[in-house]
Write a protein that binds this ligand. Structure first.
Ligand SMILES: Cc1cc2nc3c(=O)[nH]c(=O)nc-3n(C[C@H](O)[C@H](O)[C@H](O)COP(=O)(O)O)c2cc1C
Length: 357
């Protein structure tokens, strides 16, 4: 029976345990560049014992940023500092991963601590922003421009080019962000995709943009390294994207070379009624894993070692991703191992703090 501290192999990548740092926007970049904040933020969680340390949503084009302060990977000069960070993460025994993203109609907004509203061009924002359909996320938001075919192909190429740069920087896994109401989720959900061409309407049309991104990335990404996709398994809205469609999507993605499905939810439209609670998204990870036979990550309000360990032991998910709990406690895996009585090596510099309790 696997435990939270059993290793896991995804293609040729070895995870030392089942704990991953979920992607978390830091809104701390200038012109998309990583900096010392990212080194300390990501590096300290690698020191803390996570198996997988994932960057925040990293924009594949400048106009695909959520905010002017987003991390980006749309030019080669952005590689070097990431390479330094990833070398540090690997030196701690963790696997560096990158989440690649395009914000779609949620682009050009301010960081949450500045309100998260549209940023004007005079304050570093940009127009136009792009989406499958020219409808804003909510009333008074920026009205996006509908992507034409050339625009969609441009985005698909941008994902592949950013993946190429991620590879050059030493990332060992790519996660394609197709959740939370950003561009690729906007294509999936009938609530945000009202197109009548081959990228809208029928299920196969709505999944086309994501499938093209996966195929383009798989053409350049080594066979030996895994690709993950984060989905919003449901919009939590009648008539929206739902768990049945998620299972059908994963059946399409698996043969294209997707190795892990990261099961989040929500974000397509405002005012969805989301039944928040401990592990509230786990049933999606469990169902997709069982029905599509693809490894899954469970995420969302997983905070205690017992809760996480029980999920892995019951095979409800293959990996646990945590976000906010890792902000509270970067050394969560080391402490969890001690709590569960499972031996785990701390960095030698910290060894005296993590002797068996
Ligand atoms: C500060 C912060 C930033 C986040 N940024 C991202 C992101 O860049 N990409 C993403 O897919 N999810 C993002 N999320 C969502 C988290 O990855 C995670 O799915 C969510 O917080 C639920 O997990 P938790 O209950 O462990 O925090 C963010 C969450 C937080 C708290």
């Amino acid at each position: 029976m696997p435990t939270l501290f059993s290793p896991l192999k995804l293609r040729d990548v070895h995870l030392r345990n089942r704990i991953g740092v979920s992607p978390m926007c830091q809104y701390s970049s200038v012109d998309g560049f990583a900096n010392k904040w990212h080194l300390v933020h990501l590096g300290s969680r690698a020191v803390g014992g996570a198996a997988l340390v994932m960057t925040e949503a990293t924009a594949v084009t400048p106009e695909g940023r959520i905010s002017p302060q987003d991390l980006g990977l749309w030019k080669d000069t952005q590689i070097e500092i990431l390479a330094q960070i990833f070398r540090f993460i690997e030196a701690q025994g963790a696997v560096p991963a990158m989440q690649l993203a395009h914000a779609g109609r949620k682009a050009s907004t301010s960081p949450p601590w500045e309100g998260g509203d549209a940023v004007s061009e005079t304050n570093g924002g940009w127009r136009p922003i792009y989406a499958p359909t020219a409808e804003p996320f909510k009333k008074d938001d920026i009205v996006p421009r509908e992507l034409d075919h050339a625009g969609i192909q441009y985005v698909v190429r941008a994902f592949a080019q950013s993946a190429q740069r991620a590879l050059a920087s030493g990332a060992k896994m790519i996660e394609i962000h197709a959740a939370h109401g950003y561009l690729l989720h906007e294509f999936l959900s009938p609530l945000s995709n009202k197109r009548t061409d081959e990228y809208g309407g029928a299920f196969d049309n709505r999944t086309r943009a994501l499938r093209e991104v996966v195929q383009a990335i798989r053409r350049i990404w080594p066979e030996s390294l895994p690709v993950a996709v984060r989905i919003s398994a449901t919009d939590w809205v009648e008539g929206g994207w739902d768990a049945d469609q998620s299972v059908a999507l994963v059946h399409q993605l698996k043969p294209l070379g997707v190795d892990l499905i990261d099961c989040s939810s929500g974000g397509a439209v405002p005012n969805a009624k989301i039944p928040l609670g401990p592990g509230y998204q786990v049933p999606f990870a469990e169902r997709i894993r069982r029905e599509a036979q693809v490894p899954t990550a469970a995420v969302g309000m997983i905070t205690t070692p017992e809760q996480a360990n029980d999920l892995i032991r019951a095979r409800r998910a293959d990996v646990i991703f945590m976000a906010r709990e890792f902000l509270r406690e970067p050394y969560w895996p080391l402490n969890a191992a001690a709590d569960l009585g499972i031996p785990m090596k701390a960095p030698v510099q910290y060894g005296r703090a993590f002797v068996a309790r």
